[in-house]
Design a protein around this ligand. Structure first.
Ligand code: ADP
Ligand code: MG
Length: 565
């Protein structure tokens, strides 16, 4: 049989390239806004309908294009930004591969309206990557690119788009990052005819507050660091304002929003022991460095970067952060305090209360398991039957028990405390969008809340395992968690689990246990599906048999005897 080798058609090549660069409506927005930034725009408006699948229109007041440039802008490898291969290493503009417009044009219906200074512009209609109509178009300097019916000819890609809420969240985050990357440019995001981001300030700190809310900026410390060609600027969150995930970390390398683990780790290292292991600091950091120290060409969407001289970066970033934090005298309440140690006796409690505890389902034979005492966060038990000493980490155990209780709550609400005087919390626009979308699920965790104006909520009840002062952070953390949440077939269950995990992580820690409380905790723990580890994987319980204890002493005795002889 004869086999023939074909060259792929241009259309196919572009669609393949599109698969790499254009994953979602948010990636279209990112590419087009970056083009506007490269064109020196001072104001960029993004107008989205139907989650971007129906329409995305980007308008800028940048340098614009003449008719010929406009026509070639949609050709593959057409770029005005890169002439020689060596240029690859000193790129300071955002785009340089010349494939964004051609890719997007191959998977959508596109209209470009653009004009240079002289008002005599051009309008192009593009389908399947080719100009199908061209006419003169009068407008002020700048470019408008409209992308309609995204993915209409790549059904597989269209099918794997996330839920509408998740797409909107991703667009919102993309725009937030772009607006933080260039505080000197005005941004507006209009979604279904409603303005959802509109910047007023042209200063990084003011912009951070506009976009990320006071919750982010309040208590944060400004960072300015300069050494040789390295220039860092930004905001470092207070050690007391940490998060359960890394969503509150915004990193920009030469004004490009990037993910770069070594730098994130270096920031963390700069906090030293000021923050707990499981928590992540929040920060907004602009690193401005010579372009040849950074390789942005490793990732098709340029989100991940490789650093030349990584050690130097790490060292300087850590230094900059610890300098900022060291200068500030951090009050002792801001640092998470180690557990106060509690004497190794249980408080006296009436015997009758101890008897009330119902212990029959316990997997330890309760008749023989006796709560003995507490040291710090550890509870001691003695099992006379199994001849074991049992140690329980009360923190890990209560984390596990509460998490399973919350996630297993399939009917009704978690127990909460109603408030005589409700209070209000303020969230960022994105957070409140997430809260509104998932209000029923959040309320199930024991909250009662009402939207009372832009981004403000009245809290009428909250779960009894929280303190009032934590409510704002817990709701923010939940909103953040939901942003990352995509959910598949078990959407509701997964969502509840996610919220349960966050709520349990924030639950107030009990410092002192009475005998009956210790016994109850052990019982709850043993009723869990996964009793032996807390949800973050730390062990909850340790058993030591008499044999092991005896062995320990005997071995030591032998060693001592040997040493003496
Ligand atoms: P790249 O950005 O990698 O050069 P693109 O496909 O994104 O490739 O864009 C191709 C070219 O089209 C750019 O190099 C630029 O010359 C021109 N262009 C695209 N968008 C704009 C815009 N908003 N304003 C002016 N020129 C633009
Ligand atoms: Mg580009």
């Amino acid at each position: 049989m004869e086999r023939k080798i074909h060259l792929l058609s241009n259309e196919t090549i572009n669609q393949i390239a599109a698969g790499e660069v254009i994953e979602s409506p948010a990636s279209v927005i990112k590419e087009l806004v970056e083009n506007s930034l490269d064109a020196e725009a001072k104001k960029i408006t993004v107008d989205v309908a139907g989650g971007g699948l129906k329409k995305i229109r980007i308008t800028d007041d940048g340098i614009g294009m003449g008719p010929e440039d406009a026509r070639s802008s949609i050709l593959r490898y057409a770029t005005s930004k890169l002439v020689h291969a060596v240029d690859l290493f000193k790129i300071s503009s955002k785009g340089f591969r010349g494939e964004a417009l051609s890719s997007i044009a191959s998977i959508s219906k596109m209209t470009i309206q653009t004009a240079l200074d002289d008002m005599s512009g051009v309008e192009l209609d593009i389908e399947n990557g080719e100009v199908i109509k061209e006419k003169p178009f009068a407008r002020t300097r700048g470019t408008t690119i409209e992308v309609r019916s995204l993915f209409y000819n790549v059904p597989a890609r269209k099918k794997f788009q996330k839920s509408a809420a998740a797409i909107s969240a991703e667009i919102f985050r993309t725009m937030t990052i772009l607006a933080l990357s260039h505080p000197n440019v005005h941004f507006e995001l209009i979604s279904n005819n409603r303005s959802s981001i509109k910047t007023f300030d042209l200063d990084l700190y003011a912009r951070a507050e506009e976009l990320l809310g006071e919750e982010f900026t309040k208590g944060s410390f400004p960072l300015e660091f300069e050494e040789g060609p390295l220039h860092f600027t930004g905001l470092i969150g207070s050690p007391s304002n940490t998060r359960v995930n890394k969503i509150g970390q915004f990193l920009f390398l030469n004004q490009r929003g990037v993910a770069c683990d070594p730098i994130a780790e270096a920031v963390r290292a700069g906090y030293g022991t000021r923050i707990e292991e499981r928590r992540h600091p929040i920060f907004l950091l602009h690193l401005n460095v010579p372009p040849d120290l950074v390789d942005v060409n490793v990732h098709p969407q340029k989100l991940h970067v490789r650093l030349r001289k990584e050690d130097l970066f790490r060292e300087k970033v850590s230094e900059a952060v610890s300098l900022v934090l060291g200068q500030k005298k951090i009050s002792s309440t801001e640092i998470s305090t180690p557990f106060t140690s509690v004497p190794i006796h249980f408080a006296e409690i009436p015997l009758r209360m101890q008897e009330e505890i119902e212990v029959s389902e316990l997997s330890f034979d309760q008749d023989f398991t006796e709560a003995m005492g507490q040291a710090g966060r550890f509870l001691f038990f003695h099992d006379g039957q199994a001849k074991e000493l049992i140690l329980v980490d009360s923190e890990a155990a209560s984390f596990r028990a509460l998490f399973e209780h919350l996630k297993g709550k399939t009917e009704g609400k978690v127990e909460s405390q109603g408030l005589l005087v409700p209070f209000t919390i303020t969230l960022t626009t994105l957070e409140s969008a997430m809260v509104l979308t998932h209000l029923d699920a959040i309320e199930k965790m024991g909250f009662s809340m009402k939207a009372i104006g832009k981004n403000a909520f009245m809290i009428e009840a909250f779960p009894s395992f929280l303190e009032e002062g934590q409510v704002q952070s817990v709701i923010s953390a939940m909103a953040e968690g939901l942003q990352e949440f995509i959910g598949g077939r078990n959407y509701k269950k997964e969502r509840q689990e996610k919220l349960a995990l966050i709520a349990a992580l924030y639950a107030k820690r009990k410092k002192r246990y009475h005998t009956h409380e210790a016994a109850l905790l052990l019982k709850q723990l043993m009723l869990c599906q996964t009793p032996y580890h807390c949800p973050s994987g730390e062990p909850t319980i340790m058993r030591m048999s008499y044999d092991e204890i005896e062995h320990f002493f005997r071995e030591n005795q032998k060693n001592t005897a040997r040493a003496q002889s």
